[in-house]
Structures are given as C-alpha cells and as structure tokens.
Design a protein around this ligand. Sequence first.
Ligand code: FAD
Length: 469
Amino acid sequence: MAPTVIVWFRRDLRLSDHPALAQAVAEQAQIVPLFIFDPYLLQHPETGSGRVQFLLDCLDSLQKNLDYLGSTLVRRYGDQRQVLAQVAAEFKADAVYWNDDSERLWRTETDCSVTDSLKNLGVRVQVFRSEALLPAGGKQTYALKTFTPQWYQFLSEPVAPRPQILPPVAVKGMDELRSLQDLDLPKSDQRIPTAGEREAHRLLSEFIHHKAPDYLKSLSVATQASQKTSRLSPHLKFGTMSARTIYQQVRQYRPAATKWEKRNLDGFISRLFWRDHFAQKLRNLPRCETESYLEAFDQVSWSQNEDHYQAWCEGKTGYPLVDAAMRCLNATGWIPFRLRALCATFLCIDLFLPWQWGANHYMNKLIDADVAIDHWQWQSHAGVSNRGRSWFRVYNPNKGISKIDPQGSFIHQWVPELADIPVAGFSTPQLYGRDYYQPLVEHDEARRQALAVLEPIKRQQKRKKKSAA
Ligand SMILES: Cc1cc2nc3c(=O)[nH]c(=O)nc-3n(C[C@H](O)[C@H](O)[C@H](O)COP(=O)(O)OP(=O)(O)OC[C@H]3O[C@@H](n4cnc5c(N)ncnc54)[C@H](O)[C@@H]3O)c2cc1C
C-alpha cells in the first residue's frame, strides 16, 4: 500500500525544485501538503504584518497550484510539535518530509524536538537539502575555502522535478487561516508585491533579459536600483523560487551574454552567494541573532535616546536622504542596498544607537526581511563584526545625495515638504523658507564622537586577532 507522507512546507512555497515533495511523488505516496502558522514566529517582535501578508499571498498561490494538480494545502495554527502530531494522527501518516532551511536558532531547536516527538510516535522523518547549507559544524563549514566550492557544486546539481499530478487529500474541518485577521495580526498599510511562483519566474526572466546590463551601475542610485535589481528578495525569503533555479537559469543564459552582461550576471550571482554564506554563518553562530559578533561592542554605553530612534524610524531626522529612505521603507517594505546601508550607519554612528534597535525596525518593515542577511549586514555596517578591519564605514547623509539621488527625484517623491527645492538646497531647507525637521545631530561632530569611542575597541580587537594568530 502507498505510504502517507506529510510534506511540510516552510520557506519553500513552490512546487518546482522541491526535493521533499519530489521524493514523496517518486514514492507514489499519498501526499498531505501542510503549512503551519507557528505563534512563536507570528508574535516575534521582529515580525511585521506586511511580510505576513506577502506570506499569505504566497500560500494562496501555492494553494492554487496544488489545487490545479488535484491536491490541496492543509493550513494549521499552533505549536509545530503539537500540530504535526495531530495532523500525523488525523491522516494516519507514515512519514513527514521537509526541506532543511534556516530561520533563527528557534528553527534548529524546534526541528530537533519535532523530529524526536514524531519518531516517538512511530512516524518516520526525512529532511532534504534544498539550499546550499551545511549542518552546523564549526568554522570550517563557513570558512570561504570550504563553503565556496560546495556552494557551486550544490547549485549545479539537477533541480528536483515539478510534479505533474498529485493525489487528492481528504481534509475535514480545515482551518481558514487566510487573512491577517484570522492570525490576530493588525492590518498592513504597506504596498505588498505580487507573490507566488509564477511571479518569481517572471521577475527572474525580466532580470536576465532586460535588467542585467544595468545591474551593477544602478546599485548605488536610489531610483535606478528599484528598477534594475531583480526584486527577488521576498521570493527568496519564502522560497517561491530556489536559489538553485536562479543560478542555473543565469548559467544557461550566460554563454549568449555580452562581456558586459556577464560581469553584471556574475555580480548578481555573487550576491546570492553572500545570502547563503550569511545563513551558514548564523547557523554556526546563533548568538549573533541578538549579540554582536565582537562581544566587546555590546559593553559600549550606546545611546538610549528613544526620541532619536522614533525620529529615525519615522523619517524625521532632518536629513532628507535618510528621511526619504525610511519613509519609502515604511510604505513599500523595500529600499535598495545602498540606502539600507546609509540608514544603518546613520543609526549606529550618527545617532550612536545599538544596531539591534535598527535591525528590529528593518525586520518589522522589510517584506524580504531575513534574519541572517539582515543581522549580519547590520553588524557589518555598525562595524561590530569584523576584527580584521580597523576602520568604520560611515556615509555622509548629505554628501551622499550627489551619488545616491543626483537628480533629487527620490527625495522629492518621499519628502513632499521639500518637493520643489533644488538638490543643492536639501541640506539647508530653512533657507528656502521650509519648516523642515532640524537635523537631530550634526554629522561631522556626531561621527567624531562615535569613532572616539569605537575605534580604540576596534584596534584592541585587531591586536587580539594578531596575537592569537
Ligand atoms: C543593513 C542591511 C540590511 C539588509 N537586510 C536584508 C534582508 O533582511 N533581507 C534581504 O534579502 N536582504 C537584505 N539586505 C541586502 C540587500 O539590500 C537586499 O538583498 C537587496 O536590496 C534586495 O533586492 P533585490 O532582490 O532586488 O536584490 P538583487 O541585487 O537583485 O540581489 C539578488 C538577491 O541576492 C541577495 N542579496 C543581494 N544583495 C545582498 C547582500 N548585500 N547581502 C546578502 N544577500 C544579498 C538577496 O537574496 C537578493 O534578493 C540588507 C542590506 C543591508 C545593508
């Protein structure tokens, strides 16, 4: 008799290149596709309604694709251990299959206890590799020498086949769980991007065929980056497309590309690599979810100025580029890399606030928020993660305008108070009779004061590294 297998969807909301699903199909199993809303993640302080709305939209799209193949998606709410035990009993499941993924230390810990409790119930568990991540195993698993070759090797392996047909699922009393209200979450007023597998494929094709030639040169320009980067980040977050599919489609196109396009495509792939590398690092250093990699920086007397923090969150710092970026983030759930970086150094250096505060707001507002990328990037921009580097990267929020928003159109769009002021007037809007926010701090002086505290710690860390070598 065919076994009954629960395929547990997590951050892999797709049917293509889904190794756990493909294996269940290959075994001709009775398949129960399951998604669990866990209150731990939903109520986490870093969870925002906008991202959950995107998740719900991805689930609706997955549901449609499953329906089309004759199956359906079982949605449940509750503690993963309890829900899996209940669903296994309800469907008399022989096994639960899932793809390994990374999501906080909590994920690693619950995966272990879920596995133990299912095994105790006599339910077989099989975990599949769908990302180029290695089990935690110390520094050698994230050292570039080891991680890089295995990353390329994994991404070159054949993708798992997409099922053509699936067996029906007899679901009784299925929970609705289709809206933020059903999940007891507040409404989101963000603009939510289109979700689902089909959209991810459209974005990738658009990137390869139309955007790639301008990719690298657009990264630093606010209005161009939003048009010329792939915009795949929320899809990678929830796995509507695998990194392996992206890599292979880019590789397939590469021979036909011009030299210039190749440079751009390689730049894009290198960013995918860093995404996975951050995940591998966090898997090995889970304390860095909340603490600085260089612990000495957590002993610094960072400012605790709540008013400054609030002004930064709301885009009212008096620095037009920071304010435009923060307002764009709050409204759309996305800003390009350079603006994420500039606003991060503004928070950590100019306002001298702990990076964790800034990361918390980004995680709440970004639709693509991914704890591994986000928290490593925050640490890197706060300068608290790299022992070898003695300097701090600090952006000048006014001088930066000439590179990041040379025409001023991004600022004009997001800071209507300054709508008809020329670029040259952004740093002195008061001279144009505008009642704009006074700068919270004076950049050069704030930078000097912050570095006076931080640089000696960095030098000490560097010396420590040298003497340990
Ligand atoms: C402080 C800070 C916080 C960030 N937080 C996040 C986050 O929570 N989630 C997130 O996906 N990205 C984050 N980034 C990285 C980057 O800004 C976004 O990945 C990128 O802007 C997403 O747009 P895209 O998909 O069009 O990117 P593309 O340039 O088209 O890149 C393709 C994919 O590569 C990965 N990627 C791109 N840039 C980076 C990078 N610098 N580091 C690691 N991976 C990268 C992403 O998965 C992205 O979707 C952060 C950057 C900074 C400076």
